[in-house]
Ligand binder design. Structure first.
Ligand SMILES: Cc1ncc(COP(=O)(O)O)c(C=O)c1O
Length: 456
């Protein structure tokens, strides 16, 4: 595209688009960023400036990197042949992807398509509510979620959201959602104890007992919390959650919208732990952003609860997602999965993730402002503090300044963003699963420079 046309595009964007998560006031006097092309980990903006994208499309999505012609071709071929039919009927890539997906998820068996992470999570909430109505006179309808977790942007997924700033001004919320504490050792006075993971999980049991176990249908958790500050659960946490849920007949819903499809070095984040989910949701990395697709996967046992004689008119999952029938989604997902397998990307994630974590620890040794470094695979965070002893968080504006400085240097990094009052102080890294040591060195050295420039 000619530069003069790009100027027009930027003008149209400034005059007519309403960007996500953005205050538009600054764009009355400056241009918004418009991304025009990408290859591998690099993207170019409308001014021709190139950036190394360390956050896979801003929100940990483009797992296999930009410019994958084979995914584009798979989508093209599919939509020319058969673009769409409501998912009350099947389609070829939908069936093929479902089979390949459950192959990677022992114990899971049924795949339900929709088109965003929020929507997939809502499906699970509806399943829990309907199951309560079918089996328990509606009693076991409550859903537990955790402080600092995020499950989506709709009113009901916000009702299950543990990020107060995301919820602020959007209430009233859907009733029947109950919060448990987070499990971030660095921010919990109990965090240094050897059995912290078990203790933190017992917070769940306390809430179940306080609410009455007969009213609790499910617990919805991120396997590793993403936007709430990259929180890897402490040892023993998930295993204890599993024991508690089995004891009280509570279903486990794991939100893999960020961790899903390789980000942590296994296909799914929960597979690092000894836990058996009843429902798993995923979206972003399923097709790396090449198509909009989200998925709820359940066990066969859960699915069987909805089998009945057709004469029982309301005893089936009466839910639809129009765009869950887009055949381009599973076509993209199949090719995305093939790439991850063929290029051994899970191994690369483990190797590069360890390397990146080591490099971040080196930065921590050098910069007092880094209070904590954490992560798994290519899913990493560095929490910034004013003071290492008191752990007082660095102001959000200064954290934003670090990210802006990296951007000036040509590296896009992420940060916890207007989510948690006081704790918007974690820098986030989630480069594509194909990244190399050179990419990581470039990312880390830009943070090194930015922290050096930080005037506190
Ligand atoms: C863990 C988690 N769950 C759910 C969602 C919601 O996904 P979507 O934006 O596709 O609705 C997100 C989005 O960032 C997420 O991080």
């Amino acid at each position: 595209m000619k530069p003069e046309n790009l100027n027009e595009i930027v003008g149209s964007d400034r005059n007519h688009l309403w960007h996500h998560l953005s205050q538009h006031k600054p764009w009355q006097s400056a241009d918004p960023m418009v991304i025009v092309e990408g290859k591998g980990l690099r993207v170019k903006d409308a001014n021709g400036r190139e950036y190394l994208d360390a956050v896979s499309g801003g929100v940990w999505t483009v797992n296999v990197g930009y410019g994958r012609e084979s995914i584009a071709n798979a989508v093209r071929d599919q939509i020319v042949k058969m673009c769409y039919f409501a998912n009350s009927s099947g389609n070829i890539p939908g069936a093929q992807f479902a089979e390949k997906l459950v192959d990677k998820m022992p114990g899971m068996s049924r795949v339900y398509y929709s088109n965003s992470g929020s929507e997939a999570n809502e499906k699970c909430f509806k399943l829990v509510r309907q199951l309560a109505a079918l089996k328990n006179d509606g009693k076991k309808h409550k859903i537990i979620y955790r402080d600092r977790d995020y499950h989506g942007t709709t009113i009901t997924t916000l009702s299950a959201g543990g990020q107060a700033q995301r919820k602020d001004q959007y209430g009233p919320f859907t009733p029947g959602f109950v919060e448990i504490p987070h499990c971030l050792a660095y921010r919990d006075p109990r965090g240094d104890g050897p059995d912290y993971g078990v203790q933190a999980a017992h917070d769940l049991e306390k809430v179940i007992l306080a609410e009455d176990p007969d009213t609790i249908g499910a617990v919805c958790l991120e396997p590793i919390t993403a936007g709430g500050g990259v929180i890897v659960p402490p040892e023993g946490y998930w295993e204890t959650v599993q024991e508690i849920c089995t004891k009280y007949g509570v279903l486990i819903h794991i939100d893999e919208v960020v961790c899903g499809m390789g980000r942590t070095g296994k296909w799914f984040g929960y597979q690092h732990y000894n836990v058996k989910p009843d429902m798993v949701t995923m979206a972003k990395g399923v097709a790396s952003g090449y198509a909009a697709i989200s998925v709820m996967v359940t066990t066969e046992d859960l699915f069987n609860e909805f089998l009945a004689e057709p004469s029982e008119k309301l005893h089936y999952f009466r839910d639809i997602s129009t765009f869950g029938g887009c055949a381009g989604g599973p076509a993209a997902a199949l090719e995305n999965m093939r790439i991850i397998e063929q290029e051994n990307l899970l191994d690369n994630v483990v190797e590069m993730g360890d390397y990146c974590l080591d490099r971040l620890h080196e930065l921590k040794d050098k910069h007092e402002v880094i209070g904590d470094v954490r992560g798994k695979g290519l899913f990493l965070g560095a929490e910034l503090v004013k003071d290492r002893v008191t752990r007082e968080p660095l102001d959000e504006s200064l954290v934003a300044g670090v990210a802006a400085d990296c951007l000036k240097q040509g590296v896009m990094i992420g940060r916890t963003n207007r989510s948690l009052p006081q704790y918007n102080n974690t820098l986030c890294l989630s480069p594509a699963l194909i990244c190399t040591k050179d990419d990581i060195d470039e990312i880390v050295s830009s943070i090194d420079v930015a922290l050096g420039n930080l005037a506190m």
